[in-house]
Design a protein around this ligand. Sequence first.
Ligand code: HEC
Length: 197
Amino acid sequence: MNMRVTDMNTVCRPAGSDWRDTTLLAVIAAATALAFGSPTVTRADAPVESKATGSAQQFASIERGRYLVRTSGCNDCHTPGYAEAAGNLPESQWLTGLRVGFQGPWGVSYPANLRLTMRQLSEDQWLASARAPRLPPMPWFSLRVMSDDDLRAMYRFVRSLGEAGQPVPAAVPPGSKATTPVIVFVPQTPESVHANR
Ligand code: HEC
């Protein structure tokens, strides 16, 4: 890709959305869908990117990481409000983690703040961590089959964004109660949906 960061420095504003909570299930349904929107490049805290200016290869890798993150659905779960804004959220808000839990037979899981996760890992540690089994609905099996190069590119891109946000709550084991809002992942029959009305 021959794009330069400066060409992509377009600020996008999220569409006003007070329908966020009601559409979170749609977020999950769209988890593998492509997300469109112009990113904002955050330059203030971009150590990897600045180092990369001398290296066309590494620069390309960050661009590839940006492309992979945008097209492989990570923002759908890991970025609050991303799908509701139709992908038009500035990169400064990307991958900061979700404080709404996903509840199912596995307990309650929270999409991690990947900006913080990747700061704590070396690139090689990331390769192992990215492929480790995770609680649903994290599609860890998709990361497991990504190439080393693709995973490295994602890591370099996310690191280039810098740290942001807070850690998400720890996962809650089955049978215990979450203290945050949750989305319940339990299949409903048409009859039970009707009976609950
Ligand atoms: C359908 C929702 C969903 C999508 C899409 C998704 N994740 Fe996740 N992710 C989660 C949840 C939930 C967890 C927490 C899992 C757990 O607690 O074991 C998680 C955890 C992770 C973790 C573990 C981080 C940590 O610090 O524990 C990594 C790494 C990760 N996701 C990366 C990604 C990447 C990269 C993508 C895009 C390719 C992605 N995820 C897409 C829901 C999702």
